[in-house]
Design a protein around this ligand. Sequence first.
Ligand code: UDP
Length: 326
Amino acid sequence: MRYLITGGAGFVGSHLAEYLIHRGDEVVVLDNLLTGSLENIEHLHKSPGFRFVEGSVMDKNLVAEIMEKCDAVFHLAAAVGVKFVMENLVTSIEINVRGTENVLSVAAEGGKKVLITSSSEVFGKSNKASFHEEDDLIIGPPHKVRWCYATSKLLDEFLAMGYFLEKGLPVVIVRLFNVCGPRQTGRYGMVIPRFVKQALNGEPITVYGTGKQIRSFLHVKDAVVGMVGLMEEKRAEGMVFNIGNPQGITIEALAIKVKELTGSSSPIVYIPYEEVYGPHFEDLIYRVPDVNRAKAVIGFQPKYSLEDILKDTISYIKESGNPCST
Ligand code: UDP
């Protein structure tokens, strides 16, 4: 198979590219390097089945030119991270909505299967103990600008559903839940690379809010296996899937775990959200996936624990000279 991976120089996309190349597929990465980086895919250039194209999913002609020679598309190109989105609202909406529109309409012309990566953000402020794909979604009002990301991703999901139902395009929608691991940068706000870097540098570990908010973290290697499994499963077409780790932890407990595993003497400090994100922010208390649907359809079962994620991230940050800018 020859796959197009949009956003393939990003954190998740580069791991996906690596996985597909290693098992013998061909991969074309399209990435504008806005948040992705060449270092993420440097090691893949020596593989004959790998090709990188610098460009944007906003360029429909380019998308069409590349897709013509591919069999299927993993669409990962998107605005990344709460911090980036809150500081770049218009760009984020444009990338997420127009980019996806381009990918789907070009794919429909050629009948190419598409896997759309959505996000657990779409569940919004639900306080259910675990989120199911068919739950109602509780998203805040437009002046709470955080929700622009969820809204744009949700529109992507509806668009994908529309292409599936009205045009017969084979699509799969994946909601990723806090994917972490080597190559993730803290530059766009992600908590694990930020905590690890702070702990390794002996800087204060910055817990936002009370630290009682719960997240569940999925190793990027598990995320890749889930995405590829769903792409290859006929029964997954036209459906939404949670891909995450059902094991939740508070952010406060995460900070303590990072401190322990790094042997750091960093203090843990609590910072009000307003100081970090300004007045137009609200966080969500729970975010834990129900992954039974993915388990039933492709036998999805995360292999890696939070400890594995933290150990891999710590090694990566140490080995690569602490590149995860905070
Ligand atoms: N967070 C934190 N300190 C940081 C960065 C993030 O306490 O330095 C918190 C953040 O407020 C959120 C959780 O960690 O409650 C996960 O944040 P992230 O941005 O990684 O993902 P998301 O908010 O999308 O779940």
